[in-house]
Ligand binder design. Structure first.
Ligand SMILES: NC(=O)c1ccc[n+]([C@@H]2O[C@H](COP(=O)([O-])OP(=O)(O)OC[C@H]3O[C@@H](n4cnc5c(N)ncnc54)[C@H](OP(=O)(O)O)[C@@H]3O)[C@@H](O)[C@H]2O)c1
Length: 247
């Protein structure tokens, strides 16, 4: 229970990777605030499950992260409910193709908003609390921050900027706050079925471990960065079965 008495805010925590992160941090003793946008049912169900395991240890909070003005309110949910915020995990993301020639300002605003702007303004709002309790920020990046994903120009650029933000925040918020990232490889395929079997097979072939990862692989790296990694800041750990070295 290395995170006992600590509070974590996880964005996009109702499903998939965000859910696994929330469950693992909670399992290490943290209180968790589960942020969601549309997945209210899943967020409520997960909060109920976690509260059943440890009474009063989980809260859920709705926000559209594109509404920058309300991001400080999300931080205040954690502080009001649990008295502090020690760990901020910027996990929520918008992900879809934007082929060059047809990119719209609206797509640019949405992809940059969810993947870059919200992590920045949430981090800024949480920073005073994180400094007080010598906390940590963990940004969920992507191996395609380094090598862009074909047809996903704006998403790839947003994640590149998030990697830069991770290092810049580590500089700005140290020495009190550590800021790191986890860059997933193939963990959970797009929910809309847009990646067919051939695409999936090609991606898996390019991992060195010849298999897809699991959401909990990302969660374990987040737990390490939130807890044991006391001398690690400004770093991004790829959890990708070796794919980034073999794209
Ligand atoms: N899946 C992978 O294999 C993979 C690979 C590389 C990197 N990653 C990164 O890992 C993280 C998690 O991946 P994932 O596939 O689990 O994510 P995801 O399912 O694509 O999205 C996570 C959540 O983000 C929330 N979200 C999106 N736009 C939002 C907005 N404007 N305001 C508030 N919430 C918003 C959604 O919440 P609601 O459902 O409640 O609306 C969604 O459930 C992301 O940062 C992603 O870029 C994932």
């Amino acid at each position: 229970m290395q995170l006992a008495g600590k509070t974590a805010l996880v964005t996009g925590a109702a499903k998939r990777i965000g859910r696994a992160i929330a469950v693992r941090l909670h399992g290490a003793g943290a209180n968790v605030v589960l942020h969601y946008r549309n997945a209210e049912g899943e967020a409520r169900a997960l909060a109920a499950e976690l509260n059943a395991a440890r009474d009063g240890s989980a809260e859920f909070a709705h926000a559209d992260l594109l509404d920058t003005d309300i991001l400080p309110d999300l931080v205040e949910v954690a502080v009001d409910r649990f008295g502090s915020i020690d760990i901020l995990v910027n996990n929520a993301s918008s992900f879809y193709p934007t082929p060059i020639g047809n990119i719209t300002p609206s797509q640019f605003g949405e992809l940059m908003g969810a993947n870059l702007k919200a992590p920045l303004f949430l981090s800024q709002a949480a920073a005073p609390h994180l400094k007080t309790c010598r906390g940590a920020i963990i940004n969920i990046v992507d191996i395609h921050a380094e090598r862009p994903l074909k047809n996903y120009l704006v998403y790839s650029v947003a994640k590149s900027a998030l990697a830069g933000l991770t290092r810049a925040l580590a500089l700005e918020l140290g020495p009190e706050v550590r800021v790191n990232g986890v860059a997933p490889g193939p963990i959970a395929w797009p929910e809309d079925g847009s990646w067919d079997a051939a695409v999936r097979d090609r991606v898996i072939r390019h991992t060195m471990l010849k298999r897809q990862g699991e959401p909990d692989d990302i969660a374990k790296a987040v737990l390490f960065l939130a807890g044991d990694a006391g001398y690690v800041t400004g770093q991004i750990i790829a959890v990708d079965g070796g794919r980034s070295a073999n794209i």
